[in-house]
Design a protein around this ligand. Structure first.
Ligand code: REL
Ligand code: ZN
Length: 426
């Protein structure tokens, strides 16, 4: 049935965006079988690296060493006191914690961290995963799987049955960003590689990639790249992209995801909170995606300044799917501006958001907050169409929203969404 008024349109869009199940295409979450790699609960929530950075800003006398010497609970207490009691928690990362506590039904008037903490004592990871995925209306999350991490490798070797809600992505940062040290880590895994990129070494890197693809069945290969990433270039990184990543992506038919614009460790004392960002050269993206038109690329960029040209580059290259408002862009004002601009340039042929969650509970806030903005901007676009005389069917809106929250990703991969298949089978 076609929608007959602007008010009805806005209400229907809000409802549909709120209730549509999401495929979250990039997270740092893990299935239960990965043990301690899965972070959840209020202490992990509070010690998120975004909040660590904010705490230091308000604490001129806190020594880095003293903070890192504390246990997790002690750090969480300090962060809670600093960011939630001594100041009001309206930064996006702080507001996120408030949204989560509220969604879990805690009494926020007490501001009593000890009682919130108490709740988690009686909860199992298994139950909590289901609870959060249901509450957040997230059907699947894509993990970030690191074959260079010995703990994670061990978990894969144990051959646990796979949880279909957690899908894999093969993350290869050390290979592309630190070949001078990572070659020996490949050698330790039995690959006949040497520091120089001989033909044998390149072929062994391809073998390494294909072995891991066979083992974990990743939806894509991924890397984060510095803001000064250049292509073409005479470097180990570019040789490995050209001679290993691209041919393997083509052969196995999975995308290569490039997350571009990070400046790692500008303040090493902040540890995991010490990374920053920088503007990148869009020419690098243009050259690589247009050279390899038969390879699929997923790209997100970290600086606000790169967003418009990235969207235009996507218009020119259908093998490029842009995704998410990454990390320092994951703030309401920027999500709104970027999403609006992308809708105007690309319609629904992009992925507006991924969560990048590191802690399971964050799915609640990252998706609540993003859904609100996506619904707002999408309604605005539909209202413009309405004013121009275009009447939308409810079914068309459902289709569009489903595409934005996962469908476009699955179509780009050329794979059916496994969760849709599972629910049809029921
Ligand atoms: O995947 C990445 O490289 C980044 O998203 C992370 O390294 C970053 O720390 C993350 O928490 C950002 O949201
Ligand atoms: Zn990430």
């Amino acid at each position: 049935m076609a929608i007959q008024s602007k008010e009805e349109l806005i209400t229907f869009v809000k409802e549909t965006v709120t209730n549509t199940q999401v495929t979250d295409i990039h997270t740092h979450l893990f299935a239960e079988s990965f043990g301690d790699l899965l972070l959840w609960g209020v202490d992990d929530l509070l010690t998120y690296h975004y909040l660590v950075a904010e705490t230091f800003r308000f604490s001129p006398n806190l020594s880095y060493e003293a903070f890192w010497a504390m246990g997790k609970q002690e750090q969480a207490d300090l962060i809670w006191q600093t960011l939630f009691i001594d100041h009001s928690p309206y930064s996006e990362a702080c507001r996120g914690v408030v949204t989560v506590l509220n969604r879990l039904g805690f009494d926020l008037s007490t501001r009593d961290l000890a009682t919130y903490r108490e709740y988690y004592k009686g909860v199992s990871a298994q139950d909590y995963i289901s609870r959060i995925l249901e509450l957040a209306k997230v059907k699947t999350v894509v993990m970030t799987n690191d074959p260079f991490d010995s703990f994670e490798r061990e978990k894969w070797a144990q051959n646990h049955p796979q949880d279909p809600r957690f899908l894999a992505a093969l993350r290869i940062d050390p290979l592309l960003n630190a070949w001078d040290t990572s070659w020996s880590r490949l050698a330790e895994q039995g690959y006949k590689v040497t520091a120089d990129l001989s033909e044998t070494t390149l072929s062994e890197i391809r073998r390494f990639l294909k072995d891991w693809i066979a083992r974990i069945n990743p939806l894509y290969m991924a890397v984060s790249l510095p803001n000064d990433f250049a292509y073409p270039e005479d470097s180990a990184r570019v040789r490995i992209i050209d001679e290993c990543i691209v041919p393997v992506a083509r052969e196995v038919d999975i995308p290569f995801a490039m997350m571009i614009g990070v400046k790692r460790q500008v303040n090493p004392s902040l540890q995991s909170a010490g990374d920053s960002l920088g503007k990148s050269d869009i020419g690098t993206v243009e050259r690589i995606v247009s050279k390899y038109q038969d390879v699929k690329f997923l790209v997100t960029m970290l600086s606000r300044e790169n967003q418009h040209e990235l969207a235009v580059t996507a218009r020119k290259n259908r093998n490029l799917l842009i995704f998410g408002c990454w990390w320092f862009l994951n703030n309401p004002s920027l999500i709104e501006e970027i999403t609006r601009m992308r809708f105007e340039l690309l319609g629904g042929s992009m992925i507006p958001q991924h969560s990048d969650c590191r802690i399971l509970d964050q799915l609640l806030y990252k998706w609540d907050h993003s859904r609100e903005i996506i619904a707002k901007v999408l309604s605005e676009k539909y209202v413009d169409l309405f004013s121009a005389g275009w009447r939308l069917e409810e079914e068309e809106i459902r289709r569009d929203v489903d595409d934005l929250l996962g469908g476009t990703f699955w179509k780009f991969l050329g794979k059916p969404d496994p969760m849709v298949i599972a629910s049809v089978g029921k």
